[in-house]
Design a protein around this ligand. Structure first.
Ligand SMILES: *Cc1c(COP(=O)(O)O)cnc(C)c1O
Length: 368
């Protein structure tokens, strides 16, 4: 059976092998007689699942020992409150707004601290990134927030900024929800990274936080205990019941990632290589076409989320219906941008992008 290719921006497609393994283990995990959903989170079975998941993720993303890995809940939007509750000390925080998600983070932070807009690409309709040299960073900022991949606008930072070189001593906070595990991370430039799992790691319900140890323990007194990073870290992500099944599924995805290779490349490096090839194929096709267009500046185009438009938008419905019939699902663009969006997360094979390009070419030729 050939499954359709699913281009959803999130919750998104997961590797078929992961889904098959979960199905096989559904009623009886490793001879325990229980589904993972039915286990105590403090029992030895689940403890081994979460410890393996954390160790695998640390290895995959090359997370240094002075960073803690937390499995939390509340999603990316929850973190828009949880990060300022933990890191802002009620003071000044700099925001670089590059699209809808960082805009949301900036607005939410007003409830907890004094957010400053250091840079924005709103005047460019979020299609190009403000050069780091032009950011107006505050001398007293508690941290600098940016979204390293804007899922809706399809804008990705291909190099994290070196804040020290820009004259700031503040830690960098990144929302990497929609490109975590698609590429390597330069942890020397990061203080905290967060992301919901449902784009590239597993099912919705798990929020990943990777935080440098020195940033723990500064939460505002109004911060809920279950969202205090230090409390969560001190309790091994088990202060309250964690999203056990989601952590298990993310863990299976980490094992799948560890098995991936491209030539000499393994794990995340192999995925990055594959993701670049997938993105090049789709952008290359769009750019040579006079029928389709992508409006994002070439140096900051996302490898994960490719928004594109039919120049004749009256064809949108026919395009989507034909795509569905051809086994290409969830290509409709976000309502705030319109047009189409193809999300090419790790679970999307190159063959899926080849099938999409073949369909797009065919659709264009039929109308010519
Ligand atoms: C999806 C997404 C979010 C929101 O995540 P929720 O889990 O819905 O709260 C935040 N930031 C980015 C970059 C996203 O892609």
């Amino acid at each position: 059976m050939q499954r359709p290719y699913n281009f959803s921006a999130g919750p998104a497609a997961m590797p078929v092998e992961v889904l098959q393994q979960a199905a096989a283990e559904m009623l009886d995990w490793h001879g325990s007689g229980m589904s993972v959903m039915e286990m105590s989170h403090r029992g030895k079975e689940f403890m081994s699942i979460i410890e393996t998941a954390e160790a695998d993720l640390r290895e995959l993303l090359a997370v240094p020992p002075n960073f803690r890995i937390l499995f939390m809940q509340g999603g990316g939007l929850g973190e828009n409150a949880i990060v300022p509750l933990n890191l802002s000390r009620g003071g000044v925080v700099d925001f670089v707004v590059t699209g809808s998600w960082s805009q949301k983070s900036f607005k939410e932070a007003r409830k907890f601290c004094d957010p400053h807009l250091a840079a924005s690409n709103e005047a460019d309709c979020h299609t190009r990134l403000p050069a780091p040299g032009s950011w107006q960073l505050s001398p007293d900022a508690q941290y600098v927030h940016l979204c390293s991949n804007e899922t809706i606008h399809g804008v990705e930072l291909h190099e994290l900024p070196d804040l020290k070189a820009l004259g700031s001593n503040a830690p960098l906070v990144i929302d990497f929800s929609s490109h975590v595990a698609s590429r390597t991370v330069d942890w020397r430039r990061v203080g905290l990274a967060f992301g919901g799992a449902q784009k590239n790691l597993g099912p919705a319900g798990v929020t990943l936080v990777v935080v440098r140890e020195d940033l723990l323990g500064h939460a505002l007194s109004i911060c809920p205990s279950a969202f205090d990073y230090k409390t969560v870290a001190d309790n091994g992500s088990m202060y309250n019941t964690p999203p056990t099944y989601g952590i298990y599924m993310a863990g299976l995805t980490f094992q799948w990632l560890k098995r991936q290779s491209e030539g000499n490349l393994r794990g995340i490096a192999a995925m990055e290589h594959r993701n670049m090839a997938k993105a090049e194929l789709l952008y290359g096709f769009i750019d040579q076409s006079s029928f389709y267009v992508n409006k994002v500046a070439t140096d900051c185009r996302s490898r994960m989320n490719v928004p594109f438009f039919l120049r004749d938008e009256s064809r949108n419905e026919a395009f989507l219906a034909g795509a569905k019939a051809a086994g290409l699902l969830q290509l409709k663009g976000h309502k705030s941008v319109g047009g189409m969006r193809a999300s090419l997360y790790n679970a999307m094979p190159l063959e899926g992008v080849q099938a999409l390009v073949a369909y797009m070419r065919d659709f264009e030729q039929k109308l010519a």
